[in-house]
Design a protein around this ligand. Sequence first.
Ligand SMILES: Cc1cc2nc3c(=O)[nH]c(=O)nc-3n(C[C@H](O)[C@H](O)[C@H](O)COP(=O)(O)O)c2cc1C
Length: 345
Amino acid sequence: MHILGLCNGQLHGNSEILLKAALTEATAADPTITTAWIHVPSLVIPRNPAPLKSAMDVSMGTNKGQMSGAAPTTAEDVDDRQAALNAILDADAIIVASATYSHQPPGFLKVLMDRIGGPYLDVGFVRNARAKQAAGDPKFADFKYDARLLKPRALGFIMTGGSTTPDQFSMALPTMNLFFYCLHAKVVDQFLGKNFMDAGSVLLDPAVMERSRLLARNVVSQLGKEFDDAAYLGPSEPGACPYCHLSAIEFLHDGDNGVGCTTCGARGKLVVGETAAGGGKAQILPEWEEDSEWSCVTLKGKIKHGEDILSWGSRERGKMAAVEEEKAKWLGVEMPQVPLPSSRL
Ligand SMILES: Cc1cc2nc3c(=O)[nH]c(=O)nc-3n(C[C@H](O)[C@H](O)[C@H](O)COP(=O)(O)O)c2cc1C
């Protein structure tokens, strides 16, 4: 079994230390496990690149625009995307350790996942397409995918931030989960470490170092298990979404007290609980749907979304000829652009 570490913080910072503590613990727990890590902000990703040649095409050859990418503005001779993608696909588990910037994981990891993830790593689409291929659907006869996409994979998320209060982490774990949901890997454990401003300050707090080691042991305990058999071993508050285990909700304004999970999209309803003994306030918490087809964590949710964009894509494409001329007009509009050093390269 192999565990990939992704460090999404400054070099030699808190994320690097917590990641190394976790990977060291994983190999201590099982010496047959191998590990390797990537410092994500150091990856070289060319500007405006076309998708990788190996990228899966969920539009089945119809969406040429998305698949060809914008023209590169300069020739870049280094491109780390395929190596990073191989590292993700070869891994049986991924542990991500990240800083928090403006309440979310720093964008370095988003840039990577926007270039190699999302539709290019959509396991729900692969499972759906394979089923259609097996049923003889001619549209999927030539469908190709990387077989490594289908192996079971576990995930663990470690996040640190400088703030002492939770309001500064509002989208930290939600966004981190969404970077990876397309892979249909099981999130086994996740936590936030607060109060860590300076690089290395995690070492002032033995509890957070131990928490990283616990996360590693939890991940190791679920290695090789299929998504539905692997357990979530991390924290979960009362009323938290049962699919992503986070507590960020949005109101659906459906006249029926409906709420959605901001992270994964599961649906529920706010319900007033029993008045607590001794006159305490009744709790109002979501009651969540079972067997959700809305949560992007579930295979059902992934397949529903895949069907939605496939059918919308074909309806939209049928109308595009009507706006071709107007599109060309807008793209031909000349406007001053900010002069940049890079535009003269
Ligand atoms: C641009 C920037 C934005 C930040 N925003 C937040 C934030 O929103 N919430 C927070 O708790 N910490 C924030 N921090 C602090 C870092 O998350 C914190 O120092 C973290 O431990 C750094 O991890 P690293 O050493 O792995 O880079 C920010 C730091 C920087 C540089």
